[in-house]
Write a protein that binds this ligand. Structure first.
Ligand code: IFM
Length: 444
């Protein structure tokens, strides 16, 4: 890219993101309880590489050195997640102070380095005891989440910039509860709506707990994507795209932003599934968020598929001419602009300020021109949407460093920093140096 990077306003957050299970390791340290990911990754055949997150980046022990990387990358913000079972090993009740102390030190460590803290409360590592009691199929898990949010907000709420309640409830539902390739490994399409509803209820309760306890901004972040008809001239494909758009985007956005389900939710799941909804839930879920987090990687293409397909659509392979990451994901930066403009067009005044809380790509090399080009193009897409008037307050690259990429183990590398998993040596990639220049405004 030779064009100058557009100018970003003062105070714009330039960050990187991680999550607890993907980096921390130390699954038994300091009284931590088991999470569903501890259980799932130890089940044979679940992780492509046969790895678990028992060590991952050993961040639980190396956190201070890891925080030293952030100023080197030019970050003024950092998004990390807290492990619920480190803090409440039983899910509710007993608070493990050693677990809380860890995050307390982490937040102080960030502030000492001049970095704003953006903690995420839930990035998929549910306490196993809660899963044993029904997990997100149960309303009690939403209530337990609010209790956990309150405990955390009381302890670190005075020093953080904003709380992210849930990370990607959509992916947690689809991969973890329908396709069974993520923890907890469920394949229950019938009860998917329960999982969605209870996560969103937990989110709404947590926003209220955070506001009451710490008076800090709170919002959720979801993996969002434009859904494209494979054949834009086919009425069937267009209908299929609309159906997937409901399941991927709208069934999460409408409840939290508008306080109601999209009209087509009931027809999709049927009245029995919706029996989990109680009076007043929609208001709780629609509690005003202070920001919306957008995690964007690529658009999705769909076709109508076979007429007996219960979903009413089929995911189609992306067009062949698109560049692809090491993961095989297509690179379509202009779709990020489309997504951001669409959010503003659809939700108008109900749309709070946006943070792009994840964007990045898997590429293994140290000299990772591919990642630089990916990030450059996507940051320009964000700037484009801002120039069109969308209120965007920050951009967080996924990820600070290579880590445990869920069912792929450590085989997919998203880091601005390379990690040698044999030695735990960290080495800043070319993209990390590029990111520092970006954040310092040197590319403009
Ligand atoms: O690693 C994940 C992260 O945990 C959630 N969003 C997508 C990333 C890349 O797959």
């Amino acid at each position: 890219m030779t064009d100058r990077m557009p100018h970003f306003p003062a105070g714009f957050a330039w960050g990187t993101a991680t999550s607890s299970y993907q980096i921390e390791g130390s699954p038994h340290a300091d009284g931590k309880g088991a999470s569903i990911w501890d259980t799932f990754s130890h089940r044979p055949g679940t992780i492509a590489t046969g790895e678990t997150g028992d060590v991952a980046c050993d961040h639980y022990n190396r956190w201070s050195d890891d925080l030293d990387l952030l100023p080197q990358l030019g970050c003024n913000a950092y998004r990390f997640s807290l492990s619920w079972p480190r803090i409440l090993p039983e899910g509710t009740g007993h608070v493990e102070s050693r677990g809380l102390d860890f995050y307390d030190r982490l937040v102080d460590g960030l502030l000492a380095r001049g970095i704003a803290a953006f903690p995420t409360l839930y990035h998929w590592d549910l306490p196993q005891v809660l899963q044993d009691a029904g997990g997100w199929y149960e309303r009690s898990t939403a209530e337990a989440f609010a209790e956990y949010a309150r405990v955390v907000a009381e302890r670190i709420g005075d020093r953080v910039s904003a709380f992210v309640t849930l990370n990607e409830p959509g992916i947690h539902t689809s991969l973890g509860h329908v396709l069974g390739v993520h923890a907890p490994g469920a394949t229950d399409l019938e009860r998917a709506y329960w999982v969605i509803h209870h996560q969103l209820l937990g989110h709404g309760l947590a926003v209220r707990a955070i506001h009451e306890t710490a008076d800090k901004p709170a919002g959720l972040t979801n993996n969002l994507a434009p859904i494209l008809a494979l054949d834009p001239s086919s009425r069937e494909d267009i209908l299929a795209a609309d159906r997937m758009d409901l399941l991927f985007n709208r069934q999460y956005l409408d409840p939290v932003l508008l306080g109601r389900n999209p009209a087509d939710v009931e027809a999709t799941y049927g009245p029995t599934a919706l029996q989990v909804v109680r009076e007043g839930d929609a208001q709780i879920i629609g509690t005003r968020m202070d920001f919306l987090g957008v995690n964007y990687y690529n658009p999705q293409w769909v076709t109508a598929g076979a007429p007996d397909n219960p979903l009413g659509f089929e995911i189609a392979p992306p067009p062949k001419d698109l560049p692809r990451s090491a993961f095989g994901w297509p690179v379509v930066p202009e779709s990020l602009t489309d997504l951001l403009l669409r959010l503003r067009a659809d939700y108008t005044r109900a749309l709070p300020p946006i943070y792009v809380l994840e964007n990045g790509t898997s590429w293994p090399d140290m000299h990772d021109r591919f990642r630089i080009d990916y990030l450059d193009a996507h940051v320009r897409s964000v700037a484009h949407a801002m120039a069109e008037g969308v209120d965007i307050r920050g951009y967080f690259c996924w990820s600070l460093m290579d880590n445990f990429e869920w069912a792929e183990g450590t085989s997919q590398r998203f880091g601005l920093v390379h990690v040698d998993f044999m030695t735990q040596q960290r080495t800043v990639r070319d993209s990390g140096r590029w990111f520092a220049d970006l954040a310092a405004g040197l590319l403009g």
